[in-house]
Design a protein around this ligand. Structure first.
Ligand code: HMG
Ligand code: MG
Length: 308
């Protein structure tokens, strides 16, 4: 039996947050419904961040309210939550029922952390304490993201030891999963392996159990077309959980620099193909995935057309 690899599609969140236009709520809901039929393990549905910072996802409650738990099948639904206010909204009546998991997020770069969340790395981690306590009370699982694990758009290369330090800070809060984000797609197989080595040694020096139990996830953006090679390197290393985004949509608006829009994620299509070609199984249906990707392209093209 081929070994199973876990797939999370983040397109409704990472994909749509970086569009200049705002996609209608009904189209976001349809995208999530199509993703539910693909066999992915998890869908990152939306964000409870400040609508002043990311207006594109200001309809988080409406999107979740429209998603029928009975009709959607098995995938886990996750949402981004940066602070107590976001948690309050996620626990609010209409959203709560649809959510299985919340994702808090920090960074390995101080400059990126400030720009993305108006807080230092240490301040973000302090903010997460009450969020995580409430998440546990609310029966939500917890993902903890670390961005800029290879390089920062403002500071340049980030040493693996720095990522490992932040991973330790996050792990101390007891998340179910740590998700390592190559926010600007700077990774190569070698730099990804070096970073994973530092994090795995820090978190579980003996058994590396964080990796083998899918508790470490890799979240790659694909600026230079190297993400698939990085996936192969990470599989060899022992990683068994990856994020992708259908049609390769995505990017953090606060990772953009003048003249350079933040790059999209590795497409879930390429991610899954790479994993299957490497001899692993995912449970994802490539035809259904292609349909979801076509729909994602269509709604984004329409929105880009209307923005001009
Ligand atoms: P702040 O301005 O310091 O927050 O932002 P504040 O606490 O001073 O609040 C300012 C206003 O926002 C207040 O409203 C709050 O109520 C409101 P006002 O009184 O002015 O009317 N507010 C909120 N409203 C709704 N939901 C909330 C919320 N919080 C405050 N949760 C804050 C701090 C963290 C809120 C802000 O910086 C923020 O929302 N940042 C999120 C940016 C973001 O979403 N970035 C993209 C996601 S991360 C990513 O893409 C990387 C990833 O993909 C991995 C990778 O690729 O590396 C995950
Ligand atoms: Mg991302």
């Amino acid at each position: 039996m081929p070994e199973r690899v876990r797939i999370t599609d983040v397109s409704p969140r990472d994909g749509l947050q970086n569009e200049a236009g705002i996609i209608p709520t009904a189209e976001k809901v349809r995208l999530v419904e199509l993703l539910c039929g693909t066999g992915v393990d998890e869908i990152e549905v939306t964000s409870f961040v400040s609508p002043k910072w990311v207006p594109q996802l200001g309809d988080a409650t409406e999107v979740l309210r429209a998603l029928n738990r009975d009709a959607r099948g098995t995938p886990v639904f996750s949402v981004l939550v940066p602070n107590a206010k976001g948690m309050e909204l996620a626990r609010g009546g209409d959203a709560y029922d649809a959510i299985d998991k919340v994702a808090v997020f920090t960074a390995a770069s101080e400059t990126f952390s400030k720009r993305n969340t108006n807080a230092t790395i240490a301040e973000t981690v302090e903010r997460f304490r009450p969020v995580i306590t409430e998440a546990v009370d609310s029966r939500f699982a917890i993902r903890g993201y670390i961005s800029t694990v290879i390089a920062c758009p403002f500071e340049g290369p980030i040493p693996p030891a720095q990522v490992a330090r932040v991973a330790r800070m996050l792990a101390t809060l007891g998340p179910d999963e740590i998700d390592l984000g190559d926010t600007i797609g700077a990774g190569t197989p070698d730099t990804v392996k070096a970073m994973l080595g530092a994090v795995a040694d820090e978190l579980a020096p003996d058994e590396r159990e964080w990796m083998s139990h899918s508790q470490l996830t890799l979240h790659l953006h694909d600026t230079f077309g190297r993400a698939a090679d990085c996936v192969k390197a990470a599989l060899d290393f022992g990683i068994r959980s990856f994020d992708g985004s259908v049609a390769g949509l995505g990017g953090c608006p606060y990772a953009s620099t003048p003249g350079r829009r933040a790059p999209g994620n590795i497409s879930t299509e390429l991610l899954v193909k790479t994993i299957h070609d490497a001899g692993y199984e995912t449970g994802v249906d490539m035809e259904r995935l292609a349909e979801a990707a076509a729909f994602a392209r269509e709604i984004v093209a329409k929105s880009r057309g209307s923005v001009g």
